[in-house]
Ligand binder design. Structure first.
Ligand SMILES: NC(=O)c1ccc[n+]([C@@H]2O[C@H](COP(=O)([O-])OP(=O)(O)OC[C@H]3O[C@@H](n4cnc5c(N)ncnc54)[C@H](O)[C@@H]3O)[C@@H](O)[C@H]2O)c1
Length: 253
């Protein structure tokens, strides 16, 4: 299949592609015939995700790297360019949090760690990939934010909420800068998705969370991947700087 909805043959980098939403994006891209580089700091998960992509008939590469490190982001881009000669789609999915410390107990190191994983990583990877996208004549950057970046949600981490709101500002500002070159930059803000990490984090309060969601259920990682896929296709060329909320109606803007 070719045309406005096809990313067949395109080269995509998915940070945090080893689990949860990132893994669903890897699978979706692979099933669409894209070539996929899985960047994850967990080597085993990244390798397993790349293997799943190959099982779906795609070319895939696993790169063990911290997306929040400039050196790692640069090395990852070099590996992609040596494998396939181009980079056209970047999904900044690396991130998450594990602690929800209140303000007065929050360590500075935890702030720095979470902001690096969730926000600085998107800047560093975009900085590496954008020149390649311009050379390729095709560019799509999709940044994964969160409902926690849209409104105050107590059950998430403070630096995480700040970083995910920062993703929205990064998305809009970068969208304006890259628009003349045809590279689009958009954000997807998921609500609750029961990845292994999040299922464990919220296991004692799921009924209360479901009660706040008009659809009364968590989203599937594949449902987030559907939105990411659309914003990666040729058909989304005139959409840039937007945030697409995928949350079962829990937050509307
Ligand atoms: N699950 C949810 O409910 C939810 C909701 C909103 C947003 N999100 C966002 O979606 C993204 C994926 O979360 P998830 O819960 O689906 O998956 P997850 O947390 O289960 O897995 C994330 C993967 O990313 C990797 N990773 C994390 N930081 C990294 C880094 N700096 N460099 C390289 N790899 C890194 C981890 O090793 C892991 O394999 C995150 O950005 C998260 O903030 C998740």
């Amino acid at each position: 299949m070719t045309g406005r909805s096809s990313i067949r043959g395109h080269v995509a980098i998915v940070t945090g592609g080893g689990a949860g939403i990132g893994l669903a994006v890897v699978e979706r891209f692979a099933s669409e015939g894209a070539r996929v580089a899985v960047l994850d700091f967990d080597e085993g998960r990244g390798a397993a995700a790349a293997e799943r992509a190959r099982g779906l008939g795609a070319e895939a590469l696993s790169i063990q790297a911290d997306a929040g490190s400039r050196a790692d982001a640069g090395r990852a881009l070099s590996q992609v360019l040596s494998a396939w000669g181009k980079a056209e789609i970047l999904v900044n999915c690396a991130g998450g949090f594990t602690f929800t410390d209140p303000l007065e107990e929050l360590a500075e190191a935890e702030w720095d760690r979470i902001v690096a994983w969730n926000l600085k990583s998107a800047f560093l990877c975009a900085q590496q990939a954008a020149p390649a996208m311009k050379r390729a004549g095709y560019g799509r950057i999709v940044n994964i934010s969160s409902q926690a970046g849209r409104e105050g949600v107590l059950e998430t981490s403070l630096p995480y909420s700040a970083a995910k709101a920062g993703i929205l500002g990064l998305t809009r500002r970068l969208a304006v800068e890259l628009a003349p070159s045809g590279v689009t930059v958009n954000a997807v803000a998921p609500g609750l998705v029961l990845s292994p990490r999040v299922a464990e984090l919220h296991k004692d309060r799921l009924p209360q969370i479901y009660a706040q969601i008009p659809m009364r259920r968590a989203g599937e990682a594949a449902e987030i991947a559907d939105a990411v896929w659309y914003l990666s296709t040729p058909g989304s060329a005139y959409i840039t700087g937007v945030t697409l909320d995928v949350n079962g109606g829990r937050f509307m803007c």
